[in-house]
Design a protein around this ligand. Sequence first.
Ligand code: PAF
Length: 285
Amino acid sequence: MLIIRTIAELDSYVDSLKANNRSIGLVPTMGALHAGHLSLVQRAVADNDDVIVSLFVNPVQFNNPDDLATYPRKEEDDFRMLAEAGVVAVFAPSVEEIFPDGPENTDRKQFDLGSVAEVMEGAMRPGHFQGVAYIVDRLFRLCRPKRAYFGEKDFQQIAVISRMVETEHLDVEIIPCPIKRADDGLALSSRNALLTPEQRSIAPEIHKALADSVAYSRDHSVRATHDSVVERLDAIPGLKVEYFEIVDARTLLPVEEWEESPRIQGCITVYCGKVRLIDNISYRP
Ligand code: PAF
């Protein structure tokens, strides 16, 4: 497996693929890979001539320095998993390679991300989506992919990146991929590695509450459904809901009635101890 560390190496690798008219699939990641990432890789391998997986813990999308410091990093394990999955090229640059003047001294372009970036994660994590847009835009321009793959666990991230692709006129198809879950329902996430065994045992309650609320929603209002989820999770010692929003899946704006939109999604963030877990569910697919 080719491990590419510099932009210059990446550029000549991509040039060689383009010279041979190869279609490129990109799977952007921050490493600490799990089966969810591998499902994106498998899909990318099936759809494209060549696949580049990027591994980069992007400092400018973290609004909390502790979160950046504790974010799991397992590069050797990641390389092994990707080689076993048949990946040919990994782009794993250093922070200095991407930000030669340092992340804080880099004058970053600001993107027009629209209202989808202002709610939920955007409201709770100021600057987060500008940081995501910055790195994804750079990865797109460097890797020149035909398609890029993102997991639906980060439901809002997909909406924000799709908006960026539109406003920047980038010729990349965004492919959303279904959430991968552990057998007990917990959405796979790199952050799950930070859970203590006790926290890991209560974390699946998040998905259980969401899944049960779909049946509940059939004969209850949006407000009652919302409150049933928040009350159930907040009653579990060790869990604290940061936000739960029932939204139009396209605009990400809150709905008050089930009839308001043909596609309705419930998006939640829950603190399990200090670990911030996100998940979502479809009420009206
Ligand atoms: O979803 C992630 O892991 C990150 O936000 C991404 C898209 C790789 C950008 O750093």
